[in-house]
Design a protein around this ligand. Structure first.
Ligand code: ZN
Ligand code: ZN
Length: 370
């Protein structure tokens, strides 16, 4: 389901307010994620020119009908005919709107495309770099998005409940990965948000190991990281399964990472710097002498992208403080090369008082000896 028209209209109004600043009088958006967020249509190509009075969306025949169907007020949809370039059509819209200084998305616009725009535009129009204007809007979810996230979190938790008991002695990583893909499909997700990670035994020491042919054995820890997309929005969850009898050292990893995750979740609230949440996880692991085994950041924002703002990292404060409505993962881990690893990941939304967890499953999942 695309977002309702009133939700899209208020997103577009917020983007238009940001289009007009002392630095630029309009905005040219070319990233499919920005277009999907503002117009509700998934596409692989398209350019939007946001001016003070009107927005022009330029698409080719593949997406024309979908963008027209969105029928947003003060939005005109223009088809770029075969034989004309997107850049030329976009510059036509810039001229028609009388814009002089147009912000472009420096984080996603290629140098080649910027060159093409500059080649197609008539003087005295200038293109100026902007950074993350739409991404900043996307970081704080509206109530429609939060409803999608709650439903997606419920469904992903159900997938966890179905999958984790299947992680057992004798299965290969690849078999579990396929079970995950099927369970995501059966749960009604649009599809996986990323290729599932199933990292057993020593493979667990590599945070982004992909599922391979290794056969899971009793005594293994198995890091299972999986996510789905619902209405375009990604949710993401990890559990580490203890298969059969695991030794005391591995058991201590599980306990420590569980504590670190609880500490980070407890630290998260509106007004808190993302680095504070990261520090809470690191401090808990340092208390058990495991800080050096935690080799990545504590979490990442979720939305139309699997990794987006806010960055829950030691240096994640560039975009400010946590705000109610932000959705992100909390996923501390420890990794010991040659031996294995543990990661536990849940998704949370910042509320007025703290956070609400969107996903749930037993944090240290124990599969019985088979
Ligand atoms: Zn994950
Ligand atoms: Zn994640």
């Amino acid at each position: 389901m695309p977002p309702p028209a009133d939700v899209l209209a208020s997103r577009l109004a917020a983007a238009r307010r940001r289009a007009h600043t002392p630095d630029h009088d309009g905005l040219l958006l070319s990233s499919p994620v920005s277009l999907r967020y503002l117009f509700g249509v998934p596409s692989s190509a398209g350019i939007a020119v946001l001016g003070p009075d009107v927005s022009t969306v330029i698409v080719d025949a593949r997406y024309l009908e979908a963008f027209q169907a969105a029928a947003l007020p003060a939005v005109e949809v223009v088809e770029v005919p075969v034989g004309r370039t997107y850049e030329a059509a976009a510059c036509g819209a810039v001229a028609a709107q009388g814009l002089r200084r147009v912000g472009v998305e420096a984080d996603t616009l290629t140098i080649a495309r910027l060159g093409a725009l500059r080649g197609a535009v008539a003087a005295p129009v200038e293109f100026v770099e902007t950074h993350g204007l739409v991404a900043a809007l996307r970081a704080v979810k509206d109530s429609w998005e939060l409803a999608v996230f709650r439903e997606a979190g419920r469904r992903l938790s159900a997938v966890a409940a179905c999958i984790l008991p299947k992680v057992s002695d004798g299965c290969s990583e690849r078999e579990i990965a396929w079970e995950i893909e099927m369970a995501l499909h059966d749960a009604g997700f649009d599809g996986p948000a990323f290729e599932p990670i199933v990292a057993s035994g020593p493979n667990g020491a590599r945070p982004h190991h992909r599922a391979g042919d290794r056969v899971i054995r009793n005594g293994d820890l198995v890091v299972v990281d999986f996510g789905g997309r619902l209405d375009g929005y990604a949710v993401d969850m990890t559990r580490t399964v203890a298969v059969g009898h695991i030794d005391a050292e591995r058991r201590s990893w599980l306990q420590a990472v569980g504590e670190a995750q609880r500490a980070a979740i407890a630290a998260a609230a509106p007004g808190v710097a993302p680095s504070e949440v990261d520090r809470a996880a690191r401090r808990a692991l340092a208390g058990r002498d495991m800080a050096e085994a935690f080799v990545h950041s504590t979490g990442h924002g979720l939305g139309l992208e699997v990794h987006e703002r806010p960055w829950i990292a030691p240096r994640g404060d560039a975009d400010g403080r946590l705000e109610a409505g932000m959705v992100f993962t909390v996923e501390p881990g420890v990794y010991y090369p040659g031996r294995g690893g543990v990661r536990i990941e849940d998704d949370v939304v910042v509320t007025v008082a703290g956070v609400e967890c969107l996903t749930s499953a037993p944090p240290a999942f124990e599969a019985h000896e088979s």
